[in-house]
Structure formats: structure tokens, C-alpha cells
Design a protein around this ligand. Structure first.
Ligand code: FES
Length: 68
């Protein structure tokens, strides 16, 4: 689903950016251009950001286990 029409950014791209370390609206704006023009997407983008942060904190990634 398109979240930011001005920059053609989807919710999947936002989640992908978060998996790569983005964790704030400022970083999202810098990385993908979300909310950098009309700003109508900022509330939806923030909602996705917070939802994803909750999901990650509820189910943190497990460290890789090395077998010798
Ligand atoms: S819809 Fe995102 S800046 Fe306009």
C-alpha cells in the first residue's frame, strides 16, 4: 500500500528500512523522503513506525548461533 504518494513510498519499504536500522521519522524522511513534501503521510508513516517497533520489541531477533 502506498503511504506517501508524493514520494511513492509503500508500507513495505518503510518496514524494510526499519529492518535496516531506521528508527525515527527523521531517519525515514532522510532515507525515503516520507513526509518531505505535503506531509499528509506523516501520521500513517508514524503509525507504521510505532507498530513495527512494538512488533520488534515483542519478538526481538535471535542472535545467530555458530556451530563448531
Ligand atoms: S504524501 Fe508524503 S509528502 Fe505528500
Amino acid at each position: 500500500m502506498y503511504v506517501c504518494v508524493c514520494q511513492a513510498v509503500t508500507d513495505s519499504q518503510i518496514r524494510e528500512a526499519m529492518c535496516e536500522g531506521v528508527c525515527s521519522m527523521r531517519e525515514l524522511r532522510q532515507r525515503l523522503g516520507v513526509a518531505s513534501e505535503c506531509g499528509r503521510c506523516s501520521r500513517c508513516a508514524l503509525s507504521i513506525l510505532r507498530g513495527q517497533q512494538l512488533a520488534i520489541s515483542a519478538n526481538p531477533p535471535q542472535p545467530a548461533v555458530a556451530f563448531a
